[in-house]
Structure formats: C-alpha cells, structure tokens
Design a protein around this ligand. Structure first.
Ligand SMILES: Nc1nc2c(ncn2[C@@H]2O[C@H](COP(=O)(O)OP(=O)(O)O)[C@@H](O)[C@H]2O)c(=O)[nH]1
Ligand SMILES: [Mg+2]
Length: 208
C-alpha cells in the first residue's frame, strides 16, 4: 500500500503572509510533485490578478449552494460575508496517492476537517498588531473601512490559534518558511511514516 499523504491545514488572519509562505513552499520544495494546494470554491469576487481555477474556483452563490446540496464539500463556511468551501474529490484521491495536500482555510473549516480525518494544522501569526495593520494597508486593494473591518476579523481569527498543532510567527519570511519546512520534514520522519516509506530497507536491516 502506498503511503498516505498528510493533510496540512494552514490558517492565519489575512495579512500574516500565509499565501506567500504556502506558494514558496510548493514552488521550492515540491519534490516529485508530492505536494499540492487545494483550490477552494468561493463566492467572493476575484481580485485583480486572480485567476479562476488557480487561486479559487469563483462561483455564484446559487452554484455554491448546489455544491453544498450535492455533498461536494468536505467543509464550507461563511467568511467575511462570502462562502468558501473545500471540495472533497481532489483531496481524498491525492492523499491516497501519497501526496501531501495543503488547505488554506479558516478556523471554522479547520474544525470541520479535524472531525473527519487526521490532519496536521498550522497557525501563522504576524509578529505584532502594528505590522499586521501595515501589511493589510500595504496591499492597497481595499478601502480604509474594509481594512478596519479586516483588522477586526483578523483578531477574530487569531483567537483560535490554540486549536492548532503548530504555531509559526511570521516575522521574517525565510525563517518562517524554514520553520514550515521543519514541520513537514519532522512529519516525514515519524515512526509511522518511516515504517511505510522505508519498508524494504527495514526488512533488509532486520533480517536474521
Ligand atoms: N473554511 C474555508 N475557508 C477558506 C477556504 N478558502 C479560503 N478560506 C479562508 O477565507 C479567508 C479569506 O480568504 P481570501 O478571500 O483569499 O482573503 P485573504 O484573507 O486575503 O486570504 C482566509 O482565512 C482563507 O484561509 C475554504 O475553502 N474553506
Ligand atoms: Mg487567501
């Protein structure tokens, strides 16, 4: 039996640098295509530069509700007034192939997934409130009112940090990326993982 991939849940408030970290991880360390990021469905409008099917599957509310009814979502939640959902199909198939799957989802989604399958969950925090505010303003895509709202939502997300297995403070990007990698590497070195990955070697080593 092929080794089952690990399902990583990564959450953070908006502006903590989660997307950049996940992207760097997947482009720099995706050895043999054994890691993938799940593309969620959302009812929010695409931002400039966002590509349908790549950043999200952008759908209308009606379509989203149909997907809920069909049972297509492993989890879904309303976040900042929009719907977001993780579709089941790609995830289960890829985990079965031994591929590590990454979910960029909020705390509500994380709770739902944890109830259904084994996960390793990681929460990414900004180094300070001031820095978080700077990063939210730095995007320059939203009005002052939206930014204020996002600060409030960020705090509402951050209070759930203690539901996660790992916590990373993203002060310096390369350091945070290194820490994210360390979590992955250690996961691959657990007894259970190594017993699967090194079956042949272990058999040879322990033969009488
Ligand atoms: N529950 C759930 N949350 C999601 C999903 N996709 C994205 N999110 C979360 O929704 C929030 C808003 O995401 P987004 O619209 O991309 O804005 P961002 O804050 O700039 O990343 C983030 O916390 C995401 O992690 C999903 O499929 N399910
Ligand atoms: Mg995002």
């Amino acid at each position: 039996m092929a080794q089952q991939g690990t399902l990583y849940i990564i959450s953070s408030p908006s502006g903590a640098g989660k997307s950049s970290l996940i992207n760097a991880l997947l482009t720099q360390y995706n050895t043999a295509g054994m890691m993938m990021l799940s593309v969620s469905h959302t009812t929010r409008a695409p931002r400039p530069g966002e590509v349908d099917g790549q950043h999200y599957h952008f759908v209308a509310v009606e379509q989203f509700k149909q997907l809920i009814e069909r049972g297509d979502f492993l989890e879904w939640a309303e976040v900042f007034g929009n719907y977001y959902g993780t579709s089941r199909a790609a995830i289960e198939a890829n985990l079965a192939k031994g591929i590590d799957v990454f979910l960029d989802i909020d705390w509500q989604g994380a709770r739902q997934i944890r109830e259904q399958m084994p996960t390793k969950s990681i929460f990414i925090l900004p180094p300070s409130r001031e820095e978080l505010e700077c990063r939210l303003i730095g995007r320059g895509q939203d009005s002052a009112e939206i930014i204020k709202g996002r600060m409030e939502k960020a705090i509402a997300e951050m209070v759930h940090y203690d539901e996660y297995d790992y916590v990373i403070i993203n002060e310096e990007f390369e350091q945070a990326l290194f820490q994210l990698r360390a979590i992955l590497e250690s996961q691959r070195l657990t007894l259970a993982s190594q017993q699967q990955a090194q079956q042949d070697l272990l058999q040879r080593l322990l033969a009488e």
